[in-house]
Design a protein around this ligand. Structure first.
Ligand code: ZN
Ligand code: ZN
Length: 374
């Protein structure tokens, strides 16, 4: 098969797997309204669309701005260009068959007014039931093409991290460094950043989600860099922490503890373990170093077409991991008024976990994790 045919085949099989899932739950159709889900199921990457998948047909509804793009990008769907409300049209489409259908939908992805428009035109011919997250479940297990794209996206971000190290010095503004990172990612082929790049220096590095500011990086400061690139639609997400100057012993010890926690969580990543088990593996190490109370967020999250997707690796999460899940592992410690350290890699869950895999394909992020004093 040619490359394009292979891609089409992959996308059709995603729709077919979805059909098996919803018919197994006694539903006749699913209305997909989350754009990343739509992209996953049919390839369409525009900003306004709905997808209806029934037992024998898939229809993509979008507007006139996307006539050419929808025909170019999609496979396995009939494209319907809608002049007015997508929701009113979708409801009308569901009522066409004149038999009552059970339709799954995601209330969290719809405005009240949009659901009202759907209900009005579908009338009594649609019985609406909440989707238990069927597409999210499919998206959680990556196929070989997706993993290849994610590996490239992770390598690109890793290369940019190594590339900017020589320019990190006292006096450089956080904003300047963030701009350099984003420029270099695009220059190396990324279609954009997966999220707003984080550069946080000195006491600001103790804020896990700091936005870069006009603060100059100071001498003897920690700098947290959290960056990700989008390639062929897929996101990477990595964090490294460096020290500008010669680090005090206490900071070196913190770094060693965070790295040990990160490695422990990666070792715990195996098919069949729960997301919560992986989180505890990281937390246990930090507890041993008396740093657990400074680890104030969860250990990681799923990654793919979106930078945050299922599964979430947090305290007590009962989701069982499967081979093909790609997640971030990103423990950190944050000490108010002093600074923070986080180390984050993108990692794939593989079937036969062996310790040597820690150095091989399982970890997608390739940037070094040694403690760097610049
Ligand atoms: Zn990150
Ligand atoms: Zn992350």
């Amino acid at each position: 098969m040619k490359k394009k045919d292979l891609a089409n085949h992959g996308i059709r099989s995603r729709q077919d797997r979805l059909r098996i899932l919803f018919s197994g739950r006694n539903a006749d159709a699913i209305l997909v309204s989350h754009l990343a889900d739509i992209r996953y199921l049919c390839g369409f990457s525009g900003s306004n669309a709905l997808l209806i998948v029934t037992a024998d047909k898939s229809t993509l509804l979008t507007d006139g701005r996307y006539t050419i793009q929808a025909n170019e990008e999609t496979s396995g769907v009939e494209v319907l260009i809608v002049r007015k409300s997508l929701f009113a049209e979708a409801g009308g489409l569901l009522s066409l068959a004149r038999t009552r259908k059970t339709v799954l939908y995601s209330p969290g992805q719809l405005a009240v007014s949009q659901f009202a428009a759907l209900r009005k035109t579908a009338g009594h011919l649609a019985h609406w039931r909440v989707d238990p997250g069927l597409v999210a479940g499919l998206r959680g297990v990556k196929d070989a093409d997706e993993v290849a794209a994610m590996k490239q996206a992770a390598d690109l971000a890793s290369a940019v991290f190594v590339d900017v190290l020589p320019i990190i010095r006292p006096g450089l503004l956080e904003n300047e460094l963030a701009a350099e990172i984003e420029y270099r990612m695009r220059h190396m082929g990324a279609s954009g950043a997966s999220f707003e790049t984080i550069v946080a220096s000195g006491p600001r590095s103790a804020l896990p989600h700091a936005r870069p500011t006009d603060k100059p990086i100071g001498k003897n400061e920690l700098v947290v860099l959290d960056l990700g690139a989008i390639l062929r639609g897929y996101c990477s997400d990595m964090t490294r922490t460096v020290f500008v100057g010669k680090a005090p012993r206490r900071v070196r010890e913190w770094y060693g503890a965070v790295l040990a926690a990160q490695v422990a969580a990666i070792r715990a990543l195996q098919p069949g373990v729960t997301a919560g088990d992986v989180d505890s593996a990281a937390r246990r190490v930090l507890h041993r170093h008396r740093l657990a109370r400074f680890f104030t967020h969860s250990t990681g999250h799923g990654l793919g077409l979106e930078v945050h997707e299922a599964p979430r690796l947090g305290r007590g999460e009962t989701t069982k991991l499967e081979a093909g899940n790609v997640v971030t592992i990103e423990p950190g410690v944050y000490v108010e008024n002093v600074g923070g350290i986080r180390i984050e890699d993108d990692v794939m869950v593989v079937q036969d976990h062996v310790d040597t895999a820690l150095k091989s394909a399982q970890i997608l992020t390739s940037a070094p994790k040694d403690f760097l004093e610049l």
